[in-house]
Design a protein around this ligand. Structure first.
Ligand code: TYC
Length: 122
């Protein structure tokens, strides 16, 4: 089962390559172009509220898997509790997917219905 909410992969972008061209005198000239690389797409791990997972469990998960201190974890947990969802952190695609897996695994093992997803950051 795949829990990641991801966009379909976009086709590779063509790199700007210098194309040989002829000048008026018949000699070959290469245009210099600046190569531009885009920063990688980042993914936010979003945790969802439910009525059953204990607040304390969510706080511990946020500390354990998202490196939050107790105060930060409590604030994030309360935001999720009140708003229905909240961002736990922003990571590269694979790291975000691993965090989602870790949370779902810990929740399932403890018998809690806690859910979280990863989604591309706009
Ligand atoms: N709403 C839960 C409760 O009242 C606490 C909770 C917070 C659950 C955040 C999930 O992602 C969550 N026990």
């Amino acid at each position: 089962m795949n829990f990641m909410a991801t966009k379909p992969p976009s086709p590779p972008t063509a790199l700007p390559i210098s194309r040989p061209a002829r000048d008026d005198g018949g000699s070959v000239v290469l245009e210099r172009r600046t190569q531009k690389t885009k920063p990688p797409q980042m993914y936010q791990v979003v945790m969802l509220n439910d009525d059953y997972t204990p607040m304390e469990f969510v706080i511990v998960v946020l500390q354990e898997f998202f490196s939050k201190d107790r105060e930060q974890a409590t604030q994030i947990m309360l935001k999720i509790h009140l708003d229905g969802k909240g961002v736990c952190g922003v990571y590269s695609r694979d790291i975000a997917a691993t965090k989602v897996e870790q949370v779902l695994d810990a929740a399932a093992k403890a018998g809690h219905p806690l859910q979280c997803v990863s989604e591309p950051v706009e």
